[in-house]
Design a protein around this ligand. Structure first.
Ligand SMILES: Cc1cc2nc3c(=O)[nH]c(=O)nc-3n(C[C@H](O)[C@H](O)[C@H](O)COP(=O)(O)O)c2cc1C
Length: 443
């Protein structure tokens, strides 16, 4: 009945088109799978009988790809649209379609195991069952038994959605504390008509799911993150730089924003998309990065709570960069370099109290056994709170094997994808901020 087409909603004739300056073109890695970001999370995906049922498979694949464990429940009507074998082939476990015939109490067991229950798509009938607290099928029973977030993505013909009965049910559902509706959206439905009733696309539902299990523990904090390399001009067409891709800094910015922080991302020249909700400042050289960081923090470093210096700032720049392109010749060319300012150490020296929290990175080619010692030396020299120590293999890679080294502690994290490492670093930051706040309250 609804939501069967992948076509985008038709724009209204003559509608103004807003100009949004484009992001730099995405690198092949931009939008690369953020593997295992949902590792350890369990979802119950409930599929009801709509033409949009097949889109639940897309959502399931996204969840699995990101490391989640998913149990799937399908109603008898949904089975008319999609085969349970598709779901069980993907999850590796039998699909639930009934409350009976299994040991235990599936509705209670599933509800207890879930970090979130997802009803995708949700039919009008399903909305009615949920609104009125029925428990005569596995989905409505498990929703009654759930205390975790329940995310419901309705899909139906616009006439069904607009109907006062459905709207009454929607009102009841909106007042239920742990339940949220995602969509429906306006667009083309299966009949070819346009209207409100089309299911929100699985990719957008996935973002809402991720949000529902993401802590909001950085809300109210301003975090400044630097990312990428810097480029130091030799002449108008040549520069010194390094292999940093910016992936770590961009992953940190994305996750910090998702966890509620206000994020300023000072980015060197990289081909990465700006994460949603992040304010990006593009810079080229180390001196520009220093200036942008100074502007973000303010004269007394009072404007932000945290700096995570993930940028690979060039240590040196050409003493005199030539305004003209250097000409080729047969004699040797000596390039004189001068050290760039150590931006992080500069901020460490300027900090008088415990704020802002300063986190640096140490990228070493030394053997792993020496990493902790080198990171501690850096920590003390630069007067920062924590150093993320990793080996140079992390440059331009999707993964990193890191240690979180603070004055008293050293956390060995093993090999992780950068988004997962970003969460570990932000967990440390969130804990440290909470400790500082409670210390302040007791002083
Ligand atoms: C071809 C077809 C498409 C349907 N599409 C929808 C739909 O998109 N939304 C909806 O609310 N009902 C739709 N229905 C009706 C539901 O399948 C029906 O109300 C069913 O009882 C819902 O059961 P369930 O919620 O347990 O899956 C459709 C029915 C058919 C035959």
């Amino acid at each position: 009945m609804s939501s069967g087409s992948d076509k985008l909603p038709r724009p209204a004739a003559g509608a103004p088109v807003a100009y949004d300056p484009p992001d730099p073109p995405a690198s092949p890695d931009a939008g690369a799978p953020r593997e295992l970001e949902l590792a350890g999370k369990c979802f119950v995906l409930c599929v009801t009988g709509s033409i949009a049922s097949y889109k639940a498979i897309v959502l399931l694949r996204l969840l699995l790809k990101h490391g989640a464990k998913v149990s799937v429940v399908v109603t008898p009507s949904a089975e008319k649209f999609v085969q349970t074998s598709t779901f069980s082939a993907l999850t590796g476990e039998a699909t639930y379609s009934d409350m009976f015939g299994r040991p235990g109490e599936p509705h209670v067991d599933l509800a207890r195991s879930a970090d979130a229950v997802l009803i995708v798509p949700a039919t009008a009938d399903c909305l009615a069952r949920l609104a009125h607290g029925l428990a005569n099928d596995l989905i409505s029973a498990l929703v009654l038994a759930s205390r975790c977030p329940v995310l419901v993505a309705p899909a139906m013909h616009p006439a069904m959605w607009e109907h006062p009965r459905t709207q009454h049910n929607v009102l009841i559902l909106k007042s239920q504390q742990n339940l949220s509706l995602i969509g429906p959206v306006a667009g083309e439905v299966a009949s070819g008509e346009y209207g409100l009733g089309r299911m929100t696309e699985p990719e957008e539902i996935f973002e809402a799911v991720r949000e529902s299990v993401t802590p909001n523990d950085l809300a109210g904090r301003h975090i400044v993150i630097s990312a990428g390399p810097t480029r130091e001009a030799i002449d108008p067409v040549r520069y010194l730089s390094n292999r940093s891709s910016g992936k770590m800094g961009f992953a940190l910015a994305e996750r910090a924003a998702q966890r509620g922080a206000k994020v300023t991302l000072i980015a060197g020249p990289v081909q990465q998309r700006t994460p949603r909700g992040v304010e990006r400042v593009n810079v080229v050289s180390a001196l520009e990065m220093q200036e942008a960081l100074g502007a973000a923090f303010g004269p007394q470093l009072e404007n932000a709570d945290v700096l995570i210096m993930a940028a690979a700032v060039a240590d040196y720049r050409a003493l005199d960069s030539s305004p003209e392109k250097l000409k080729r010749s047969d004699s040797t060319l000596t390039l004189e370099l001068t050290p760039n300012p150590d931006i992080l150490a500069g901020l460490g020296a300027r900090r008088t109290g415990k704020s802002p929290l300063l986190v640096g990175f140490a990228l070493e080619t030394a053997a792993e056994a020496e990493l902790i010692g080198l990171a501690r030396q850096k920590l003390i020299k630069k007067r920062v709170d924590m150093i993320v120590a990793n080996r140079s293999e992390a440059l331009d890679s999707n993964e990193s094997t890191a240690l979180l080294v603070s004055v008293r502690d050293c956390q060995e994290l093993g090999t992780r994808t950068k988004p997962v490492l970003a969460d570990d670093i932000l967990n440390w930051v969130a804990r440290k901020l909470a400790v500082l706040e409670s210390d302040e309250a007791t002083e």
